[in-house]
Design a protein around this ligand. Sequence first.
Ligand code: ATP
Length: 240
Amino acid sequence: MVEIPETHPRYRSLRTRELLVEGIEKGITSKAGLIAHGRGEMFDYLIGEKTIKTAERAEKKSVKVLYDAEDPVISINGNVAALVPKGVVSLADRVEAKLEVNLFHRSEERISSIEDILKDKGAEKVYGREADAEIPGLDHDRALCAEEGIYSADVVLAPLEDGDRAQALKEMGKKVITIDLNPLSRTARNANITIIDNIVRAVPNMVEYEPLDEDFDNSKNLSQTLDLMCERLKNLSKEL
Ligand code: ATP
């Protein structure tokens, strides 16, 4: 990995990019994953590259929902595995969730490599290699999942997700929690809980935060997030 001096003003952001480049070299991240990350980075600028209060609330509520779930599953793709492998294993331990590798660009090699990385970080069991069930309403590869994993879960944490799959999971009656920096994406709009935060901050927060035991209105939270983005842009414009 390219060494980035910690004194560089964009150290965290550049290091995150390097993790993804390394993910490609290790065969766990897809090239399209780099583009998806770029879209996320743009929205991260709009929230000031920090966890804003609406995200903190959604993260705390998600911890509560995951704790209360009967059979929660965390869905792992190539970007998640490259950016927060230890974090997702710790979160799964904390809320007693299963881990399932689920890829948009599916290949047996990538699934095995991601499984190895998660096991290296302490995961005992990783679902996904044996795809013995299908999510209804999706075309072939994206629909594949594990019968004992996502297929039978009641709550799915699906970060950096594709809108169609998030919708299809909801139509199966599952609660969908997503982490997605873009409040305008179909996933963000369709999920039951949407965390507008960078996954490199959101997952460690969720390992630490106390669960929020209060009502939560996702549409209201999303709308407040958009208002915060607008306010920030207006303030930045005044500074010029
Ligand atoms: P949708 O299908 O939901 O409308 P999309 O086509 O943008 O959205 P993808 O291309 O699958 O979906 O991208 C995944 C999403 O993940 C993007 O919306 C992007 O903003 C978000 N994203 C990328 N990197 C990160 C990150 N590090 N943290 C949080 N979100 C991210």
